[in-house]
Write a new protein. Structure first.
Length: 134
């Protein structure tokens, strides 16, 4: 459910997909290559590779926490609003909210670490051959 909510209203073409269970870490590593995301208003983003490691707590049906993220290609935006909220998403500052918003500090779904607060659980981020907008 959490995964489909993240892409609600968007379409994604993925050339290659791989998922593997990391037994010792109670986590799954998901790798997608040659990703084309079309967001609302037909805003688009092409990314060569996205790799994420998602750890599960005791409740396997709950939203997992993102431990590691690697992005090769495309664009990533980190934006601070005038009210002080932080927004993170795939795409340029003009398109990221329409393409793939990843996280917002004002989102109630990020309120508690056990519910998958991404920034509290994230151990590493790697961005290569991509445009980074801050």
């Amino acid at each position: 459910q959490w995964f489909s909510e993240a892409f609600d209203g968007r379409s994604t073409n993925i050339e290659k997909y791989n998922a593997r269970w990391l037994q010792g870490q109670r986590a799954v590593e998901i790798t997608v290559e040659n990703v084309e995301i079309t967001g609302t208003d037909n805003a688009g983003q092409d990314i060569g590779l996205i790799k994420g490691e998602f750890a599960f707590g005791d409740d396997l049906l709950a939203r997992p926490s993102l431990q590691r993220l690697r992005i090769d290609g495309g664009a990533l935006t980190i934006l601070r609003t005038e009210s002080g909220e932080i927004h993170l998403g795939l795409g340029t500052p003009q398109t990221f909210e329409k393409v793939a918003p990843i996280w917002s500090s004002g989102s109630s779904s990020n309120a508690k670490p056990e519910d998958g607060n991404m920034l509290q659980s994230l151990r590493s981020v790697s961005v290569k051959q991509a445009n980074l907008y801050v």
